[in-house]
Design a protein around this ligand. Structure first.
Ligand code: FAD
Ligand code: EPU
Length: 346
């Protein structure tokens, strides 16, 4: 294990923000992690820590004055099997999409709708990643996480994680208390396809698919995502910058009377989830303009998906953050709805 000082984090975050960490190291085992934590206790002044996966859900607004721990724990293995399910354990440092491809190759079903989400296994339970009608909670079995205070591994089962929409205990109650080292997923041996969401069926038809299979669904999801989400290798971004807000159905009816084209989805609890992308598109820096496609210096709002803020090159983290604040304020003023950031602000 090697500790580096004043390391640039530019290539470690998909926004491509050029900040430095006082200290930086990678670990690929529990013992290397313990070694790094010991260094942090002994050598750093404030003991500040940040665990990093693929850096695809983070916005750095300043240099990090502590130790960045890049999780590189690898490995994918089948750990159990019964008639219906196969249990696959993956190291937190494995790339998420590589894991999805592994499942598809082996015909293990359940994660195909989550194809092409950037980032690593370890962060997948953090915000219960989701797309196209599926969330991690639907395939989650358990995880192991290192308890920083008690210096030991703890196992979390499904109910321990308190998964919600882009939420888990690791994002709130246990924030900065655990480092996830492995995640075990429970995958279906028999296909249970979920094609009802968004444009999947339309895309499958366009692709000429008559016999459904996990590979075809994965490809359909990849095609849809690639058509609207910017590739972080080309334009810096962290996916949706905000969550889709939830409001009461009564409030939705009121808004619909004033804004007939407003986009909302009925939830099982009778509330309505609003499409934040639509709200943002309807607002702008001045009356009659839209944030969608807006650019100020290198900070901007994507032209094909208003929910995605982008860095065209050398934007500073606080420029992106300040744009996000302007967007929050304008949406609040026009619709009375408060947008909540999904991206972790550091
Ligand atoms: P990082 O950004 O490295 O970390 C995210 C947070 O988790 C940080 O707070 C970090 O400290 C913490 N963390 C990371 N690893 C660990 C660990 N091992 N233990 C404890 N804490 C940890 N998300 C979706 O849900 N659905 C989408 O459809 C989606 N699409 C996206 C599209 C694009 C183009 C991009 C750039 C992002 C998208 N995202 C999406 C967001 C992002 O990909 C996910 O949140 C992903 O899970 C983040 O993984 P990461 O490894 O990059 O996490
Ligand atoms: N819309 C607009 N203008 C826009 C963008 C969207 O009007 O600029 C409206 C359209 O009506 C569109 C609807 O919003 O039909 C929904 O848009 P989209 O299908 O692109 O999905 P989203 O709600 O914007 C969510 C997730 C994504 C996930 C997709 C697919 C959140 C915050 N975002 O986006 O997750 O991939 O659904 O399931 O829930 C992420 O979390 O980073 C992420 C990309």
């Amino acid at each position: 294990m090697q500790i580096q000082e004043n390391r640039s984090l530019k290539k470690y975050n998909t926004f491509g923000i050029d900040v430095c960490a006082n200290y930086f190291t990678e670990f690929n085992s529990e013992s290397q992690l313990e070694e790094a934590l010991e260094f942090n206790r002994q050598q750093t002044t404030n003991n500040k820590l940040l665990t990093l996966g693929g850096g695809s859900n983070i916005l750095f607004t300043k240099n990090f004055d502590g130790l960045v721990l890049k999780n590189e724990i690898k490995g994918i293995e089948i750990v159990n099997e019964d008639e219906e399910f196969i249990y696959v354990k993956a190291g937190a440092g494995e790339n998420w999409h590589r894991f999805v491809l592994y499942c598809i190759e082996n015909n293990f079903c359940g994660v195909e709708n989550l194809s092409l989400i950037p980032g690593n296994i370890g962060a997948s339970p953090m915000q219960n990643i989701g797309a196209y009608g599926v969330e991690i909670k639907d395939v989650f079995y358990c995880l192991e996480a290192y308890h920083l205070q008690e210096k030991k591994l703890v196992t979390f089962n499904l109910s321990d994680c308190a998964f919600g929409y882009r939420e888990s205990v690791f994002k709130n109650k246990y924030l900065n208390q655990f480092i996830i080292t492995t995640v075990t997923y429970k995958l279906n041996k028999q296909p249970t396809f979920n094609t009802s969401y968004g444009a999947i069926e339309q895309e499958l038809e366009k692709m000429g698919i008559t016999q459904l299979n996990v590979k075809a669904i994965s490809n359909a999801v990849i095609n849809i995502r690639s058509s609207k989400l910017p590739n972080p290798k080309e334009i810096g971004n962290a996916g949706s910058f905000f969550k889709n807000p939830e409001i009461s159905s009564h409030r939705f009816k009121e808004l619909k009377q004033v804004f007939p084209t407003i986009v909302g989805y009925q939830l099982p609890n009778n509330n309505v989830k609003l499409a934040a992308g639509w709200l943002i598109e309807q607002c702008g820096p001045k009356n009659g303009t839209s944030w969608k496609g807006f650019r100020n210096g290198d900070a901007g709002c994507h032209g094909k998906q208003a929910l995605v803020l982008v860095n065209y090159g050398s934007a500073k983290g606080n420029e992106i953050y300040s744009l996000s604040t302007q967007i929050v304020d304008s949406v609040k003023e026009k619709f009375g709805v408060e947008l909540e950031r999904e991206v972790n602000i550091i």
